[in-house]
Write a protein that binds this ligand. Structure first.
Ligand code: ADP
Length: 267
């Protein structure tokens, strides 16, 4: 679990791609919960960090995983020095403090986990703490944001419709080339010509017909290639390590991606 607090003095760099900023602000004013849809590494987390900072709210981030239970979110009794003491989970802290709670990849968690968020996502804005026999009302400023990668969709791992319809949805895809190039140049600290080349490669991989890849080449991967280049590696090597080898273990696919990379890089 990763928790971080952002202050408005250091707003993270975020380049809007569409009307997501406007929607976030409107939802935040009314405490409406948000669902961010989009592939891994397209900027969902960075977007929430930037919004929390702009709004001057604390951000509490929780990464979903398959063993996650409702106690991981809400809290549990722990034995401390011979006594049992209640320790708030990250969701409970966010509810008490009026923070933004970002549940990243919530579908990974067991289904009973999502049920605890239901009373927080309607007019009640309440979190029942069954173990303590109390119910908390969410402090002003509390907002729930969850993320979801539709590419991973499967029968088992899907958001239940009854959960989903409680959220306003924002779709975030990979940014248009000009924006993505600016992002890659900024984040990696590289020149515009190189970042344009990396983005061209990213888009070439993304538009492969019948792609056998589990995930598309993300903005994050292009930034990683840029970082290696900024550290002095030739671009071809940087791309091989950060993009080609990361996207597949299959020797045939690695070879094909390598050829595509060479073609785009003009080697
Ligand atoms: P996700 O949460 O969707 O997996 P991240 O928010 O971690 O993705 O994005 C990966 C990286 O890509 C970020 O750390 C950031 O450097 C960069 N990034 C992606 N989109 C943008 C954007 N629109 N503006 C600024 N940075 C971005």
């Amino acid at each position: 679990m990763h928790t971080n607090g952002q202050t408005s003095s250091s707003t993270p760099f975020y380049r809007p791609v569409g009307d997501e900023t406007e929607i976030f602000h409107a939802a935040a004013r009314r405490g409406v919960p948000l669902l961010l849809k989009g592939p891994t590494g397209c900027g969902k987390t960075r977007f929430v960090e930037a919004m929390a900072s702009e709004l001057g709210r604390e951000l509490i981030t929780v990464a979903g995983h398959e063993d996650m239970t409702s106690s991981d979110l809400v809290g549990r009794f722990l034995l401390q020095g011979g006594e049992t003491v209640w320790v708030d989970g990250p969701l409970t802290r966010a509810v008490r403090e009026g923070a933004i709670c970002y549940l990243d990849e919530i579908v990974e968690a067991r289904q009973d986990t999502t049920v605890v968020i239901h009373p927080l996502t309607d007019h009640r804005r309440e979190l029942p703490l069954d173990r303590l026999g109390t119910t908390l009302r969410a402090a002003p400023g509390f907002q729930l944001v969850i993320s979801y990668n539709p590419g991973y969709q499967s029968v088992l791992k899907n958001i239940k419709e009854s959960t989903r319809q409680r959220f306003v949805s924002i779709e975030l895809g990979f940014p248009p080339a000009a924006v993505e190039s600016e992002v890659v140049a900024h984040e990696a600290g590289i020149d515009a010509v190189t970042s344009n080349t990396l983005v061209r490669l990213g888009n070439a991989i993304r538009s492969l017909e019948g792609s056998p890849l589990r995930e598309a080449a993300s903005t994050r991967l292009l930034i990683l290639a840029g970082v290696l280049f900024a550290e002095g590696l030739p671009l071809q090597k940087a791309v091989r390590s950060a993009v080609v080898q990361t996207l597949s273990d299959d020797p045939e696919i690695v070879r094909a991606l390598g050829e595509l990379a060479n073609a785009v890089l003009g080697q």
